[in-house]
Design a protein. Structure first.
Length: 313
């Protein structure tokens, strides 16, 4: 059976039956709009879109993997503000010949990833399209705290990272060269492992700025440097290159630091903190903030390749 045979409302029914309900959901899918609790009185919102052939390939990732990726890209943005995710809205544009079970797998991935933070898919829309496209909007709650923005870094702050980095970019390179191993790297590309709790944790610790590293560490830190009108220096010796990444880099003729410093899709959180802050386990100091502009590596401009992903490049 194809989606065309199942019909729009038959497909919607199959998707809704697979979705859970988070504690912030007062009214979920099935009405004209959802109702989501916003006890704080403010709602944090973010949107991301994934287009087949540009952001994912179905021969590289299963439907649940793609659902996890789509949800994680948005949930990471919410926690990077110091907020707790509450709900997802999903718009799906899909070719009519697609098997409905593929869409069910996608829904499972979206729902399972949202469930990691107690959120749920509360609604969305769908349309026929020659190109498979997934647009996700995430909502979040600040719990009475101020949002952690990009423009608060100060000279003298330390720069720290929470979460793995370079793994997904390495996995993408491996897949693009026609390989399926090392599994560690390939699976990192297929499903991000985001430390969601680190966002609100950083806010409680007094983070002066924070960002979800989705497009490349150097490029995304550039946004923080520009917004805060400061310079940021990254210390290359702060990063350990795991054996499987180093072996893959040697086999493929790639500098592993290109994956670490300029690769995306792992979604670690980078944050700046006042000097003297004691960081808990899961955070690693990787640099410092200083007077100046732009981002450097070991106090020098990065010359190892591009700085990160650009949708129009």
């Amino acid at each position: 059976m194809s989606i065309a045979e199942a019909g729009e409302f038959g497909l919607i029914g199959r998707i809704i039956s697979r979705l859970g309900s988070g504690p912030a959901t007062l009214l979920g899918p099935g009405d004209d709009a959802a109702v989501v609790r916003a006890a704080d009185g403010r709602v944090v919102a973010s949107t991301d879109v994934l287009v087949e052939g540009r952001h994912f390939r179905r021969d590289w990732c299963g439907p649940a993997d793609i659902g996890h990726r789509a949800a994680a890209a948005n949930l990471a943005d919410i926690v990077a503000m110091g907020a707790t995710p509450t709900a997802l809205l999903v718009a799906l544009c899909v070719p009519t010949g697609t098997d409905p079970t593929w869409v069910e797998g996608l829904a499972d991935g979206l729902s399972d990833e949202a469930g990691l933070v107690g959120a749920s898919v509360v609604g969305g829309d769908m349309s026929a399209s020659p190109t498979l496209t997934i647009a996700v909007t995430a909502l979040g709650d600040l719990g009475g705290a101020a949002p952690v923005r990009r423009d608060g870094a100060q000279p003298g702050d330390i720069l720290a990272l929470s979460g793995r980095i370079g793994y997904a970019a390495a996995g993408l390179t491996v897949l693009s060269r026609g390989f399926r191993t090392p599994k560690l790297l390939v699976e990192a590309y297929r499903r991000p492992a985001v430390r969601y709790a680190a966002g609100p944790e950083a806010a409680r610790l007094g983070a002066t700025s924070m960002i979800d590293v989705s497009d490349g560490l150097l490029q995304d830190l550039g946004h923080v440097a520009t917004a805060s009108v400061v310079g940021i220096d990254v210390h290359s010796d702060a990063f350990d290159v795991p054996d499987q990444m180093r072996d893959a880099a040697n086999a493929l003729g790639v500098d592993p630091y290109q994956w670490i410093l300029a690769g995306g899709d792992d979604h670690p959180l980078a944050a700046t903190f006042p000097p003297g802050v004691s960081l808990p386990e899961g955070w690693q100091v990787i640099g410092a903030v200083h007077d100046g502009t732009g981002v450097t590596v070991d106090r020098k401009p990065w010359t190892g390749g591009g700085l990160g992903w650009d949708h129009f490049r």
